[in-house]
Write a protein that binds this ligand. Structure first.
Ligand SMILES: O=C(O)CCC(=O)C(=O)O
Length: 270
């Protein structure tokens, strides 16, 4: 369990890479056995949700891409222990060069066997956050070769003003992929070994291929934000929905410190 909390050494090059590219894929962040233990706990509610969603072939592109269950930490004390782990939270703070981080929310993303691709998008358009100091840890719960649909990134795209108003859909896939091709941007799609974790910034463009295997691609994500993050003053309809779900009763312009947004790691930077 110490592995959940003990510091992971990030180099200055790692932090520089994150700022330049808007993401980083870190090797061997966790022991495989630890993640297999948590997979058993996390998959229960996700599999129940998959049954309720019915036949993937009859869903739209978004719902064919993955089964999504949010804030599992509120349902299960063992998931809470995982999500409250200090190792990932410290990495998030160090990558963003902030003193500490709060939880925005967690989210399991399970791609079923034969599950569809995840269209190009940027996460932050959904989030009611006043700054871009937010990051998602993407934690696969098995080895994830390319045929299972690992997350893929457009390096440097956190600096592009592309598709920032597009919800995850066939349209976001078409428009963003066309604009990235026009800019000759490379796409980084790499296999993940169990224990690898990637971190991507709120505005980084990313997608994932379909799951062309006969196994479920189980992934847990944790979204962190600067501990001083404020609720944006003006919210789109989508951001309003997210605000009600993930930081209710927070006043626009004030620090997002609802009970759903605990500080998970903090250090003195002075
Ligand atoms: O896991 C996926 O298919 C997509 C992941 C994603 O969009 C995210 O974590 O922000």
């Amino acid at each position: 369990m110490n592995d959940l909390h003990a510091p992971f050494t990030l180099t200055a090059e790692n932090i520089e890479f994150y700022h330049e590219n808007g993401f980083i894929h870190l090797k061997h962040v966790f022991d495989a056995g630890l993640l297999l233990h948590y997979r058993k706990i996390i998959e229960q509610p996700v599999l129940e949700s998959a049954v309720q969603k019915g036949d993937p072939a009859e869903r739209d592109t978004y719902h064919r891409a993955f089964i999504q269950v949010t804030n599992l930490w509120e349902r299960n004390p063992d998931v809470r222990e995982f999500v409250f782990g200090k190792r990932l939270a410290r990495i998030a703070a160090e990558l963003m060069r902030v003193g500490g981080v709060r939880l925005y929310h967690d989210q399991a993303l399970f791609k079923e066997p034969g599950g569809g691709f995840t269209p190009w998008h940027a996460d932050q358009q959904y989030w009611p956050l006043a700054s871009d100091a937010c990051v998602t840890a993407w934690i696969p719960l098995q080895d994830t070769p390319v045929e299972m649909g690992p997350i893929a990134f457009a390096p440097g795209s956190h600096g592009f003003d592309i598709g920032r108003d597009l919800a995850i859909s066939d349209r976001s896939e078409q428009i963003i992929s066309a604009e990235l091709s026009e800019l000759n941007t490379s796409v980084l799609e790499r296999p993940f070994d169990l224990g690898d974790v990637s971190f991507h910034a709120g505005w980084t463009l990313h997608r994932a291929g379909g799951n062309n295997s006969d196994r479920t691609r189980a992934v847990m994500t944790i979204i962190y934000m600067d501990e001083n993050m404020r609720l944006a003053e003006e919210l789109s309809e989508t951001q309003q929905t997210d605000r009600e779900a993930f930081c209710p009763d927070v006043t626009p312009g004030t620090v997002i410190n609802s009970p759903k947004n605990p500080v998970l790691f903090s250090r003195d930077l002075t």
